[in-house]
Design a protein around this ligand. Structure first.
Ligand SMILES: Cc1ncc(COP(=O)(O)O)c(C=O)c1O
Length: 385
């Protein structure tokens, strides 16, 4: 009630001496401060010149909040398991655009010399893939490089953004052909997508290969998609970021963390690149329910470790069983939570037959080097039987 003097007084006091919470005080709000190094030399000029959207809460985030056209009466619905009046997330208010507590916990979980300024949080790593194309590739002019067979979203995103694709297939054993990749690079290739462990290959790319690319004359950004890294014994490329600002790592809570439903992914890299991603993203991309669950997950790493172990054990069991089947030609070694399996023949019919009988796997037989192949995710012990 603005006619009540004490309220007006509180309002004035709040405005004069704002109490800032994590959102406004310790965050890295959108900024168009001059970029240096790889961000400045690679990004589209319109992105570098962008005056990013400033949220109502960039300056003040505490007090009587009449700045963002929210509904102060409160939410009309709460998460299913919460008590009737438990609105601890204050759902009528917009989320913090910068997710600092989550970034700090994630940085601590991953280790190395990264901090919150090196982390972008997105609506899955798919959001980061799309943002990178929009930041670095001029539509109708620039290109990305991919190494088929690989994750399908790189191509879909490139097509949506009218960005070209230079494809340098992996070897039949699913290794990078680095010399051919570097030969195929042009000035237009702004991003190189390395999927490690690969989807659908299940094979991790040795970190030394990533290093070789980072040290090569290639001038663009090397994006290492590590969606499945927690199932692999190969090291994460995060540790290379400090030395190589041309490496950006993508990770996600969708796989080992078992949280595909909350849509939460990360890009980890050089701070100027992360700043550009924060400038370009939708201001409130990650919602409060997602960040609450993600933060809890960071505090529950023992469950993550336990679940990874179960899946890795099950991966061995399923691989062994499959190898004993006479219609299976090959079970590829896996660094992931799925197996790539080549059948003698009729893999598409097998795929359809399985689906008709309630077991849904993925037919990958049309992908490069994947003739007659099915991709099978490791389920629970009961499902795997
Ligand atoms: C290699 C790879 N990268 C990224 C993603 C997308 O992950 P997110 O759920 O974080 O968008 C997937 C999903 O299957 C994937 O296989």
């Amino acid at each position: 009630d603005l006619h009540n003097f004490s309220h007006i007084k509180t309002l004035c006091t709040t405005a004069d001496t704002p109490k800032l919470d994590m959102c406004a005080a310790d965050s890295s709000p959108p900024s168009n401060k001059q970029k240096t190094g790889i961000a400045a030399s690679l990004a589209r000029p319109n992105i570098l010149a962008l005056h990013p959207y400033r949220c109502a809460r960039d300056d003040y985030s505490d007090g009587i909040l009449l700045d963002a056209n929210e509904n102060a009466i409160g939410p009309t619905s709460l998460p299913t398991n919460s008590l009737p009046n438990n609105n601890s997330l204050v759902l009528e208010r917009y989320p913090c655009p910068y997710q600092i507590p989550l970034k700090e916990l994630y940085a601590a979980h991953r280790g190395g010399n990264i901090g919150s300024k090196n982390i972008f949080v997105g609506v899955g790593s798919d959001e980061a893939i799309d943002l990178l194309m929009r930041i670095f590739c001029k539509p109708g002019e620039d290109a990305i490089m991919t190494t088929p067979p690989t994750y399908g979203m790189y191509k879909v995103c490139a097509n949506i953004n009218d960005v070209g694709i230079v494809e340098v297939p992996l070897t039949e054993e699913f290794d990078l052909r680095i010399t051919e990749m570097l030969d195929a690079v042009t000035d237009k290739v702004k991003l190189m997508f390395i999927c490690s462990p690969g989807n659908p290959t299940c094979k991790a790319i040795p970190i030394d290969d990533v290093k070789r690319l980072a040290e090569s004359p290639y001038k663009g950004l090397i994006v290492v998609d590590e969606a499945y890294v927690d199932f692999s014994t190969e090291e994460s490329a995060i540790k290379l970021i400090e030395t190589y600002p041309n490496i950006l790592v993508l990770q996600t809570l969708s796989k080992a963390f078992g949280l595909a439903g909350i849509r939460c992914g990360f890009a980890i890299g050089y701070d100027d690149i992360i700043q550009l991603m924060n400038n370009v993203k939708a201001p409130y991309n990650v919602n409060k329910l997602t960040s609450e669950v993600a933060i809890n997950a960071m505090k529950n790493i023992s469950t993550l470790e336990k679940n990874i172990k179960v899946l890795l054990d099950q991966r061995e069991v399923v691989a062994k069983e499959l190898k004993e089947m006479d219609f299976v030609v090959k079970v590829y070694p896996s660094d992931s939570n799925f197996l790539l399996v080549r059948l003698k023949k009729l893999s598409k019919d097998v795929y359809k037959h399985m689906a008709d009988n309630g077991i849904v796997v993925r037919y990958r037989g049309s992908e490069m080097h994947c003739k007659e192949c099915l991709r099978i995710t490791i389920g629970t012990e009961k499902e795997n039987r």
